[in-house]
Design a protein around this ligand. Structure first.
Ligand code: 4AD
Ligand code: MG
Length: 503
């Protein structure tokens, strides 16, 4: 152990044939008589470490055999290239040192319920899935910053305690600020607009808060948003910026996280399609699609597909149940048990989708121009596309007060939502901002907001007002899409949900 080099699992490919020491945790182990297979994780990856009885002292061999999941240890051995191995290399162990043994680690390879895992989030973060998602989230955030930093944007940190309503009054978190009621920010946008008049191109990146009473897979009460704001930009300019931005993020994830995407079973070819231009629809086009033949046919096809899927899942469950009853090793039994839990969850999900399909079809068919798009309407449009799709020009009444009225059609505003494809839905909301003082004041009043609070915001329209706009990209929703994770709660380390804050 003395001369071996300390290294990390991600570096092993450069150390083939060398003796090295890894420091990490025991992720999984299995033993077959004279050989033990220890899967070690060290934060940078997983490595299979092979302990042959003949190569280590007997006492150590026995200790390792009894070592519990998530015990911390160092292992020394020779690096061997092995294409079948998780990280492309394995370690032929010659020595090991236990740092801190763990017993009865609560999260076992058997499946656990969501509630249990969220309560154990401090430990669940060590799981492969959470590890892969966390690393992809890191890339998304790094790429977002890099994109703006490299394109002449100045970072402005906007406040978290605010006096203004940024988006809507229903979803404000109030705080008692030394006796004065303030609220937690819903968006940095309004402050950013003032900064754009100083720096031209700016962005902010921070946590945002919405007391939204929705328990959907798309909503958190605390989420991270990156928002650019640009002076002298129009709607086509904003769409172009957004598609370049999102394409850059996807490309960075493909470049840096291919193995994580593979582990997560993400359809990589679908991500490789994420290049400009994205699809462009107006809200009115969307209403035509929803209420017309196209969406109806699409949903009918989907229903058939879901029923097929359901039958396949049922067959697989029956097969595994039979296999489970046979004489098989314990580890195999555990594996089947875990698979069954997943399959039963998938079955329940398919059932829900089958049940919802006609409801969603009816909602779509009855959709009326003027309403904001509902979650299911958005999902349908998103599912009908293989690349992100912009929806522009929403009705004035359905959107926030600050959006600029289209001068060519005063029923709509110059805004857009960007929907990620394949059913993931909205990841960006943005708009050109109302730059006319009197129109903006009228909108503030019409929405029942107190104009006095917006004095400073209105000032921006008095002193050198210019056309300007921007957008906000939700980090968790973007990560959920890129990782094909169903629920955005898995896309932030410590999620805050409407009905529960776990740890
Ligand atoms: O569409 P939103 O509400 O837009 C704004 O806040 C604008 N002021 C941004 C701007 O123009 N500067 O939110 C932007 C994005 C959404 O598209 C979504 O990705 C995310 O923020 N988002 C949420 N993510 C998780 N949980 C929630 N409750 C979210 N609400 C919005
Ligand atoms: Mg929105």
């Amino acid at each position: 152990m003395t001369n071996s080099k300390n290294t990390s699992i991600s570096e092993l490919k450069n150390e083939v044939g060398q003796e090295v020491t890894l420091a990490g945790w025991l992720y999984k182990s299995r033993s077959s008589g004279k050989v033990q297979f220890l899967i070690i994780r060290d934060g940078t990856g997983l490595c299979q470490c092979i302990v042959e009885k003949a190569n280590v002292p007997d006492e150590l061999f026995e200790k390792l055999k009894r070592l519990g999941q998530e015990s911390s240890l160092t292992v020394t051995g020779t690096v061997r290239a092995d294409a079948r191995s998780v990280g492309g290399c394995e370690l032929a162990v010659t020595n090991a040192k236990i740092i801190s043994p763990a017993e009865n680690y609560p999260i076992t390879p058997k499946s656990h319920g969501t509630d249990f895992l969220l309560k154990h989030r401090h430990l669940h973060l060590r799981s492969q899935r959470q590890w892969c998602i966390g690393r992809i989230r890191h890339t998304v955030i790094d790429a977002a910053r890099r994109f703006f930093n490299d394109n002449g944007y100045i970072l402005i940190d906007t406040p978290i305690f605010t006096t203004i309503v940024g988006e809507d009054q229903e979803s404000l978190f109030e705080v008692d600020y030394f006796g004065t009621p303030l609220h937690l920010t819903q968006t940095g946008q309004l402050y950013l607009e003032s900064a754009a008049m100083s720096f031209g191109k700016v962005y902010c990146f921070g946590p945002t808060f919405r007391a939204e009473k929705s328990k959907t897979r798309r909503h958190l009460t605390e989420f991270w948003m990156v928002e650019p704001e640009v002076a002298f930009i129009d709607l086509p300019g904003l769409l172009e910026l957004a598609e370049n931005f999102v394409s850059f993020i996807a490309a960075q994830v493909l470049q840096n996280n291919r193995s994580e995407l593979e582990t997560l079973d993400r359809d990589i070819a679908a991500l490789e399609k994420i290049t400009p231009p994205f699809y462009r629809l107006t809200y009115t086009d969307v209403v035509d699609i929803l209420t017309g033949q196209k969406a109806g046919d699409f949903l009918a096809g989907q229903l058939q597909e879901l029923q097929n899927q359901r039958r396949q899942i049922e067959t697989k469950i029956a097969e595994l149940e039979t296999e489970q009853k046979g004489r098989i090793k314990q580890w195999k039994k555990d594996k089947i048990a875990a698979e069954l839990i997943e399959l039963r969850t998938a079955l329940a999900e398919a059932d829900t989708k089958i049940e919802n399909n006609p409801k969603h079809a009816r909602l779509a068919a009855e959709f009326q121009w003027g309403k904001d798009l509902g979650g299911s309407d958005e999902t349908i449009i998103s599912q009908m596309h293989d690349k992100p799709v912009f929806i522009t020009h929403y009705p004035k009444g359905a959107k926030a007060f600050y959006m600029k009225t289209d001068r060519e059609n005063d029923k709509v505003v110059l805004n857009f939502d960007l929907l990620a494809p394949a059913g993931f839905g909205e990841i960006i909301g943005g708009s050109v901002r109302e730059d006319d003082h009197d129109l903006l004041l009228a909108k503030i009043r019409a929405q029942g907001l107190n104009p006095e609070t917006y004095d400073w915001y209105l000032d921006l329209r008095k002193y050198g007002s210019v056309p300007h706009g921007g957008f906000g990209l939700g980090v968790e929703r973007t990560v959920a899409w890129l990782t094909a994770e169903k629920h955005i709660r898995q896309c932030i380390a410590f999620p805050r949900l409407m009905d529960k804050v776990y740890i």
